[in-house]
Write a protein that binds this ligand. Structure first.
Ligand SMILES: [Zn+2]
Ligand SMILES: [Zn+2]
Length: 873
């Protein structure tokens, strides 16, 4: 019997080839009717035989295109209208398309890869191949609806063959807006210095095609034909093989690339980019190659090969000898697989030239899992670091690259498809998340993820009916690792409120980043047609973003940094009742004007009370103490009266005359703010241990201290054994001694003596006193305990403080829900051990899911606190 169904599909179903997929399925199951894109998803009117209709519906959820995410399918029986065919209908209401979600960038799909490396395909080696399942999206969009005329593909008129594919509902390029080929689409460009021209006539004969134009002292050629394009790749690979540095245009901006196995090239890139410490991320051809240098579990493999293609921080294999200065001193290496056709071609040709046989085109990749052990050859890999100077935003246009990266890159592999929105690579790692098994933890959320909204659960079950719809709120985000956020009501008001958290913007101290922030904010507001009614910003009066907020003619809600951290996690997890919010962080402006960062809060979305904090220590020189952790160490020694401890001698010696200066600054209160920051305690510990005295970036001390634990023999068990050997030399009961050692770095809990003037917000009930922690650490230093053991004990003390604080809050207030937030929880050891300790003790633990625990999530927290406050008014 023929029946009719109205089918409503929700989720990520636009810009991902969903309608053509529906059309093909309709043909397969002899369904008549239509499919239509609307603001709330895809609507289908389907008429067919009952059994076939059932199978059609099943296919919609089970076999949707790879990039689609079907979250809900609603079915409703409707009267037959006797359609005689199935058609794709187009919404004529342009306005109706305005609020549809924009897909993020999608890595080149397997179908396109097969064509890219198939000599018989008309797009063989075409560097901009794409389809409805892959390619650029948000980075090329100028306006909505998402249509070629409103993208940077506008200038490329499709040839007859591309136009035919684009118009054919059964073609996998049906309405693929960036569809193109050698005859009609973008092409690569290659720019090199005229002075280097003689070089071009290299023995291998890889010459770029003749220059078509000049840009200053650069000659620029273009790959308008396959032969020209191939010649450009050949030349690019030759330069990389020769240790040169190449600027390569990607989806969201340029990368700077060099041979990651060539120590001179790596050193040269560091020197030219003036980036001394921070590890470089690398690109490899396939998972098999990655396995040769890193441990890769199933979850990590899925993330590495997924359509988002982030940089994944993987644990280095023991015995894999990477080039010096690539990621020295760290246990992890940032790795990504190619995600654009340009990168696939480059990586493929580079690997082929290296004679490493990196698998056919990196499509599947020969599983070359043999570890690169002592003397073992490393798989081909390229450093792929952001194409920018210092902390400036990533460069997006060829011209900008020629100007800004002139002193860094030896040549430029660009193209004429404009990038309209700047995106860095996303960075994630997979952690052991207690009973949840594994979890993907964001370090930086950008390409592949933004601008998808972060799912929220703002309304509790009990009050769904009366939950007020939030006004549109713009949250500026914090000063560092900035993102901003736009919060708006969904169709059902507060229940399905959405937050558009921007891609990582960067550190706002520099003018270029602030300009990039202003531009990105405008684009989000325009594209999503959101006119904010409320602005939320940080409590710090001197932040550029705070000043901007107060300059708007809108009500402003100021949100304390760590309350925002905790609220962001609450919103992600739908927590409405008071939680124990543990925010261990680097820097945040406190209600009392001090620098917070070791806070235990009783918090809901509207307000917080500061229950506990790490006892203040002075930061001699303020920000200078972050750059020079020896000063921070001095502040800690001074605060805990440990200056005379024998374990402090090496530090005081290293400080030399600076010790006296620090002392005077503290005693006289000159430029010496007080801080409760756990991040600063990590800095101090790493300086006291000589692990890191001059960090190249904030937090390096903590990273190296964590990595030092890895120098212990494999796993915790043998770590304990080593403890026992060291501590219990004179003690027969080795295990007991190890347990003592763990206890020895205690964090004391002491009652805070509040003054009359204090409020619940700025003065805690109890203080977490790190004096015993540092005394234990110095005792160990003085008695020659190895650094890895001390590093682990210090980490255990921080984990212990988390557990102690949670227990205390539960005992006093009966609160069992614990939120972990702040940059300290990006420390793999701390987060994994804190999660298991809390879960073992019966707590419900929440931590960021779709955002990083660091300041990248603060904008969301600001937005939801502002919303909760408008509701309370
Ligand atoms: Zn594709
Ligand atoms: Zn074409």
């Amino acid at each position: 019997m023929v029946e009719a169904l109205d089918i409503h599909v929700q989720g990520i179903v636009q810009g991902v080839g969903f309608r053509p997929f529906v059309y093909r399925m309709a043909k397969k199951y002899l369904i008549n009717g239509w499919v239509l894109n609307a603001t709330d998803g895809v609507h289908i009117h389907a008429e067919g035989e009952g059994k076939l209709l059932d199978e059609f519906v099943l296919e919609l959820s089970d076999n949707a295109p790879a990039a689609a995410q079907v979250t809900q399918i609603e079915l409703r029986e409707v009267p037959l209208e006797d359609f005689d065919r199935f058609e794709i209908r187009f919404s004529d209401a342009a306005a109706a398309e305005q609020t549809t979600l924009v897909s993020p960038e999608l890595a080149t799909c397997d179908d396109c890869l097969r064509e890219l490396f198939n000599p018989n395909d008309r797009r063989f080696r075409y560097p901009f191949i794409n389809c409805t399942n892959c390619g650029p999206r948000f980075t090329i969009i100028e306006g909505l609806p998402y249509d070629r005329a409103k993208t940077s593909m506008r200038d490329f008129t499709m040839c007859g063959r591309c136009a035919a594919e684009y118009a054919d509902p059964l073609d996998r390029r049906f309405h693929a807006q960036p569809d193109a080929c050698f005859d009609c689409g973008p092409v690569v460009s290659f720019a090199w210095r005229q002075a280097d021209e003689a070089d071009a006539a290299a023995p291998t004969g890889a010459c770029p095609p003749p220059a078509r134009r000049r840009e200053g002292d650069l000659l620029v050629s273009e790959g308008r034909t396959r032969a020209e394009s191939d010649a450009i790749f050949a030349r690019a690979v030759e330069l990389l093989r020769a240790g040169k540095i190449l600027a390569v245009k990607g989806l969201g901006g340029f990368h700077l690339a060099c041979d990651a196995n060539n120590p001179e090239a790596v050193a040269r890139l560091r020197a030219r980019k003036r980036r001394e410490g921070k590890a470089f991320a690398v690109m490899m051809a396939n998972v098999g190659d990655v396995r040769a240098v890193c441990e890769v579990n199933e979850v990590e493999e899925a993330v590495l090969t997924g359509a988002q293609r982030p940089i994944v921080l993987l644990r280095k294999r023991a015995g894999a000898h990477l080039a010096p200065r690539l990621a020295d001193g760290l246990g992890e290496l940032g790795v990504m697989l190619p995600y654009t056709p340009v990168q696939h071609l480059l990586m493929h040709d580079f690997a082929a030239a290296a004679g490493a046989g990196a698998g056919a085109a990196g499509v599947v990749g020969a599983a070359k899992a043999a570890a690169a052990g002592e003397g073992g050859a490393l798989p081909p890999m390229l450093v792929m670091t952001s194409g920018n100077l210092h902390d400036e935003p990533i460069v997006v246009s060829d011209e900008e690259a020629y100007a800004k990266l002139a002193d860094v890159a030896d040549a430029f592999l660009g193209n004429n498809r404009d990038i309209l929105t700047r995106f860095d690579d996303s960075v994630v790692r997979v952690i052991r998340a207690g009973s949840a098994g594994h979890a993907v933890q964001f370090i930086r959320r950008a390409r592949g993820y933004a601008p998808l909204p972060v799912p929220l659960a703002l309304a509790g079950q009990a009050e769904q009916a009366d939950a007020a719809a939030p006004p549109v709120i713009f949250a500026t985000g914090p000063e560092q690792k900035n993102t901003f956020a736009l919060l708006r009501a969904g169709e059902k008001g507060a229940q399905d409120a959405e937050a558009f958290v921007s891609q990582h913007v960067g550190d706002m101290e520099n003018a270029e980043t602030y300009d990039a922030w202003l531009a990105a904010r405008r684009r989000y507001e325009e594209l999503f047609e959101l006119a904010p009614a409320v602005v939320a910003c940080d409590l710090h009066p001197e932040y550029l973003t705070s000043k901007w907020a107060h300059g708007q003619a809108l009500p402003v809600t100021e949100v304390q940094h760590h309350h925002a951290h905790v609220a962001a996690v609450m919103a992600e997890h739908g927590l409405r009742d008071a939680v124990c919010g543990i925010a261990f962080d680097g820097t945040g402006y406190g209600v009392d004007g001090a620098i917070w960062g070791g806070e235990v809060m009783l918090a809901n979305l509207q307000a917080f009370e500061r229950f506990a904090n790490f006892a203040y220590v002075p930061m001699p020189g303020g920000a200078a103490a972050i750059k020079h952790p020896l000063r921070m160490a001095y502040g800690v020694l001074w605060a805990f009266d440990l200056l005379d401890h024998p374990g402090a001698a090496p530090t005081l010696e290293a400080l030399g005359a600076q010790a006296g200066i620090c002392d005077a600054m503290i005693e006289q209160g000159i430029n010496t703010p007080l801080t409760s920051s756990v991040g600063r305690l990590f800095d101090a510990a790493s300086a006291l241990l000589g692990v890191c005295a001059e960090p190249a970036y904030e937090g390096e001390g903590a990273c190296l201290l964590e990595a030092a634990i890895g120098d212990l023999a494999e796993g915790d068990a043998s770590g304990d054994a080593e403890d026992a050997a060291v501590v219990g030399a004179a003690d027969a009961a080795g295990a007991a001694a190890a347990a003592d050692a763990a206890e020895r770095y205690a964090v004391a809990v002491v009652k805070n003596t509040a003054t009359e003037a204090s409020t619940a917000q700025d003065t805690s009930v109890v203080l977490l006193d790190a004096e015993p922690t540092f005394r234990g650490l110095l005792d160990d230093v003085a008695s020659g305990v190895p650094v890895p053991v001390i590093a682990r004990r210090f980490h255990d003390a921080v984990v212990g403080a988390v557990a102690q604080a949670a227990e205390l809050v539960r005992a006093l207030y009966g609160i069992e829900a614990v939120v972990l937030a702040g940059g300290v929880f990006m420390n793999r050891y701390v987060v994994e051990h804190a999660l298991s300790a809390l879960e073992d003790a019966g707590f419900t633990v929440a931590i960021s899911r779709d955002l990083p625990p660091n300041d990248g999530s603060v904008s969301l927290g600001q937005a939801v606190v502002a919303w909760a406050k408008t509701k309370a008014m």
